[in-house]
Ligand binder design. Structure first.
Ligand code: G3P
Length: 232
């Protein structure tokens, strides 16, 4: 499963892109509304940082408006994927944009039936919001399993994207269910780093090494000698 970052913050993408784990990013109007600066500049910068698909969302509610906005968003950068909210108009716009060769991320999909329609309209990604399903006491894992189970046997190429990820276990569930992508907020990506045994293990290695000061001297000498290639 590939990891996208779900954010409108360039600073957050700059921080986490350095880990080398991001394959793309997703934004939405709510995330961009929290940021200052030109939204187009933000989307372009995120595209440069992740060097992969970056979803930017249309806001019109009619198909013609969605298509016009989608084409304009796509013109921002070659990595832009046009995010279209699920509706009859959204399906129509998805078909038109896909026909132009523009990749679409159909968002706000909450059921297998909606996912089947999104796939048939030509969406490249189908975003199912886990957290928002759980918020209304609908088991997000069950819905996601239903979506994956409906799409896989039909051989459609649409990728299932787990979104509205609220905690690390959502990421694990999405991976186990075979989702192609999970888009994860920076906060949850940072939570995924943590394990008390990792922290304790690093502290113990460090203390044991420090108990032999001559070893520290030796390593500093090795680094200074330049005998280790800087990169390969
Ligand atoms: O990926 C969609 C996401 O941004 C929505 O998350 O937490 O507002 O449901 P949330």
């Amino acid at each position: 499963m590939r990891l996208f970052i779900d954010t409108g913050s360039v600073a957050e993408v700059e921080e986490i892109a350095r880990w080398g784990v991001l394959a793309g990013a997703t934004t939405n109007p709510s995330l961009l509304a929290k940021e200052s600066g030109d939204p187009g500049d933000i989307v372009r910068r995120i595209c440069e940082l992740v060097r992969g698909p970056v979803s930017a969302e249309v806001v019109s509610s009619d198909a013609g408006g969605m298509v016009a906005e989608g084409r304009a968003l796509r013109a921002l950068h070659e990595h832009v994927v046009v995010k279209v909210p699920f509706s009859a108009a959204g399906l129509e716009a998805t078909r038109a944009l896909a026909g132009d060769g523009i990749p679409v991320n159909m968002t706000l999909v909450f059921s297998p039936t909606q996912a089947i329609l999104a796939a048939e309209a030509g969406a490249t990604y189908i975003s199912c919001f886990m957290g928002r399903l759980d918020d209304v006491s609908i088991d997000s894992a069950e819905v996601l399993a239903g979506i994956v189970g409906c799409l896989r046997p039909t051989g459609v190429t649409a990728q299932v994207l787990a979104a509205s990820i609220r905690h690390p276990e959502h990421v694990v569930t999405a991976a186990k269910l075979g989702c192609e992508v999970a888009t994860v907020p920076g906060k949850v990506l940072r939570q995924m780093l943590d394990h008390p045994l990792t922290t304790a293990g690093i502290e113990r290695f460090s203390a044991d090494w420090a108990s032999r000061p001559e070893f520290g001297e030796w390593l500093r000498g090795l680094v200074a000698s330049g005998s280790v290639p800087a990169s390969h």
